[in-house]
Design a protein around this ligand. Sequence first.
Ligand code: HEM
Length: 513
Amino acid sequence: PGFPSLLKNGLSKLGVPKGFLEFFSRRVGDYPRIQEAKGSISAIRDEPFFIPLYELFLTYGGIFRLTFGPKSFLIVSDPSIAKHILKDNSKAYSKGILAEILDFVMGKGLIPADGEIWRVRRRAIVPALHQKYVAAMIGLFGKATDRLCKKLDVAASDGEDVEMESLFSRLTLDIIGKAVFNYDFDSLTVDTGIVEAVYTVLREAEDRSVSPIPVWEIPIWKDISPKLKKVNAALKLINDTLDDLIAMCKRMVDEEELQFHEEYMNEKDPSILHFLLASGDEVSSKQLRDDLMTMLIAGHETSAAVLTWTFYLLSKEPSVMAKLQDEVDAVLGDRCPTIEDLKKLRYTTRVINESLRLYPQPPVLIRRSIEEDVVGGYPIKRGEDIFISVWNLHRSPNHWEEADKFNPERWPIDGPNPNETNQNYSYLPFGGGPRKCVGDMFATFENVLAVAMLVRRFDFQIALGAPPVKMTTGATIHTTEGLNMTVTRRTRPPVVPKLEMATLEVKSSVNSS
Ligand code: HEM
C-alpha cells in the first residue's frame, strides 16, 4: 500500500472520524499522482518545444505534467499510454486545442473534427483513397518530380546552389492540388497569387500554434491588423477558387456516364473531389471546402518535411546514400517508376521509414480528455490537454538502439513495413487508432518515388558555407534557414550488364566457329 493508505489506516486507529478520513483520502488520493515537471521550462523559448520535452521525459518518464501559469498539459511518451489514448479508449478524447487553433482554416475538416461530424466525413472520405486511386497517382508523382528534376538540371549546369526545402514544398503542393481537387498550382514553375495565398494561410496556422496569446481573437485588433487582413484576403481567394473547382467538377459529374462503384475513378479527373461528388455524398459546400482544405494542408506540409529531412540525413550518411543509389539504379534504370518498381524499392522505403522515425511529422499529437479516464494507472479529469510526443517515442532509449542514429538497416529489408501495430506504438509515423492518417499509402509512395527519381539523377551535398541546418517548429518540423544544397548530375554507371555481354560474346564465337 502507498503512503496515503498507510497514513489513513494509522489515523483511523488513532480514532480520527471515518468521514474526515474519506474526505482526506479523496484529496490526497490512494491513486498515485502524475509527477509535475519543474525547472527548465524557460528553456522552451529558443528551441523547438519538443527538445526540452525530451529532456524532461528522460527525467520524469512516460507521463508527466507541465504547467505554465493557468495552463497545464500532460506529456505522454510511453507507448502503452499512447495506445490507450489513440486506440483503446479513443472515444474519451477530442482534438482539443488543435481544433481551436485550426478553426479559421480547416473549420470542421477531417483533422480537427470530432464526434458525429468526424464519423460521417471519415466514412465518406476514406473510400476515395482506394487502391486504384493511389496507383493512378503514381503517374502524377512521376510527372511532378520530373519537373523538379528539370529545375535541378538547370541549377547543376549553372553551378548554383539550391534551397531544397522550398522546392520540396512546391513539389508536394503541386501533387496534392491535382490529387485532391484536380488543380494544377504549377508552383514549381510560376508564382501565382493562389500559391502565395496558400503559404500565407499555412504560416498563419503555424504562428497561431506557437503563439502564447491568441491576438487573432482580440475584437478590434482582428479588424485592423494588416497581417490578419492579409490572411483573410488569402482565405477568401482560396475559398473562391475551391468554390469554382467544386462547381466545375459538379458539371463534369453531371455530364459523365460512368456508374459509381467501389473503385470508381474518372480517368480524366481522378481527384478525391470528383469521387466525393460522384458518390452522391450529401454535404454542405462549407463542409466540403473544409475537408478539401484539410487534405491540402495535411498532404502538403508533411510530405515536404519528410523529403527535406530525408535529404538532410542522406547528406550526413554517404554510405546509406551509396546503398540507396545502388538499389535505385538496379530497379529503375532510366524509366519513371511504376507501382511494381515502388514495391521493389525496399531499401528506399526503409530510408523513408527511418527518416519518419527521426523526424516525425508532426512531432506531437494533440488530444483533450472529454471524460474522466485512467492513463498508465493515473486518474485524469475531463478537460486535460495532452501532448503525445511522437518525437520522444521515436527516440526513446528504452526502445531503440542508438536511437539518434540514422540507420535504415534497423528495419529488416524483407520484414513487414513498420507501422504502429507491428511496433506496438513505439513507432507511429501516421498516428494510430480510428484517427490514423488516411493518406499513409499515398504519402509513402509519393516520398519513395521522389527520393528514387532524384537520387537516380543527382548527388546532393550540403552547400559549402551554408548555415548549419537547425530545426524550428510549427505543425511540422522546418529548418531555420533552409536546406541549401549543391546538386550535381551523376555520372551514369554502364547501362549494359556485364554478364549478358559475356554470354553474347560466347554465343557469337560459337556461331562463327
Ligand atoms: C492524419 C501524418 C500525408 C490526410 C494524420 C496523422 C498523422 C499524419 C500523424 C494523425 C493525426 C492525429 O492523430 O492527431 C502524415 C504524414 C504524411 C501524411 C507524416 C506524409 C508523409 C497525408 C496525405 C493526406 C493526409 C497525403 C491526404 C491525402 C490526413 C487526414 C488526417 C491525417 C485527412 C486526419 C484523419 C482523421 O482524423 O480521421 N496524418 N500524413 N495525410 N492525415 Fe496524414
